[in-house]
Design a protein around this ligand. Structure first.
Ligand code: DHB
Ligand code: FE
Length: 280
């Protein structure tokens, strides 16, 4: 059977992608950020996931005001890097896992969560920057990826509790898939940042660190955080952290924290990164 072996969370700042693409990862500004991913790169090379279920948000690249799916699952064979205004990043196309993705759609929709099924979608920095952080610059990504987009851009957005419960439904689906697959679930975005308005540049290290502290062993507390607290404490884009709760919900009650990294500054964002191993 397929099994979810681990969850990975990371911020997904576009400028990190630019630093990788232009070979700038060892500069004074970027080195401390990338050093925090060294452990992960070695760990994941040994873990060799078959499929990554990658929870991210689209930033008006694939979707715009014409169509705003709350939860969208990528069921296609391939997904191309999106053009976000400067041309698509020169990274490999993403190979999907349509059989597993359709199975998850079937199971999760029957399990009370409405998903939008997307066969064609370009994937933006929300998805490609985490892949680059974990895998560097290969000719092809070393695993298949199911893109799973959550709307955190246009209100109303789903609350943390719903995202957490959705993660549980995703886990129930994966565990019923009759193929021996090592599946990881990743949650991207966050941590505190605000890209707009009078509070642009807001970072809240105390609040972020408390979120990281509770992710492994007190996720129920995090699931109860209301939207207004994310906005007040973590900035308007801090709401991206609800996607970490999809990841956490898909893991069991008992997890082991293998690695943690927190770094400020990276562009306008406080970067957080954590690996949680599923214990069973
Ligand atoms: C930045 C961070 C994001 O999460 C994003 O989607 C866009 C920009 C930033 O810090 O610049
Ligand atoms: Fe973002």
């Amino acid at each position: 059977m397929a099994r979810i072996t681990a969850g990975v969370a990371t911020s997904h700042v576009p400028l990190i992608g630019r630093a990788i693409d232009t070979g700038d990862t060892q500069s004074e500004y970027w080195k401390p950020l990338f050093d925090g991913y060294e452990f992960t790169r070695k760990w994941i090379a040994a873990e060799k996931p078959d499929v990554v279920f990658l929870v991210f948000n689209d930033h008006a690249s694939a979707f715009d005001l014409k169509l705003i799916p709350t939860f969208a699952i990528g069921t296609g064979e391939t997904f191309k890097p999106a053009d976000e205004g400067f041309g698509p990043r020169a990274v490999p196309d993403v190979k999907g896992a349509p059989d597993l993705a359709w199975h998850i759609a079937q199971s999760v929709i029957q399990d009370d969560f409405d998903l939008t099924i997307v066969n064609e979608m370009d994937v933006d920095h929300g998805l490609t920057v985490p892949l680059s952080l974990m895998f560097g610059q290969p000719d092809a990504w070393p695993c298949r990826v199911i893109p799973f987009a959550v709307n955190v851009v246009v209100y109303p957005v789903p609350n943390g509790r719903r995202c957490y419960n959705l993660g549980r439904a995703i886990a129930r689906a994966v565990e019923k898939f009759d193929e021996d697959l090592n599946v990881q679930i990743w949650g991207t975005g966050g941590m505190s940042h605000q890209l707009q308005g009078p509070r642009a540049g807001l970072i809240n290290q105390t609040w972020d660190k408390s979120f990281l502290d509770r992710l492994a062993d007190a996720p129920e507390e995090l699931a109860d955080i209301p939207h207004i607290e994310y906005i007040r404490e973590a900035g308007s884009e801090g709401i991206e952290l609800v996607m970490w709760l999809v990841m956490r919900g898909a893991l069991g009650d008992k997890v082991k924290e293998l690695h943690r990294h927190y770094h400020v500054p990276a562009s306008n964002t406080a970067v957080g990164h954590i690996i949680l191993e599923n214990q069973r």
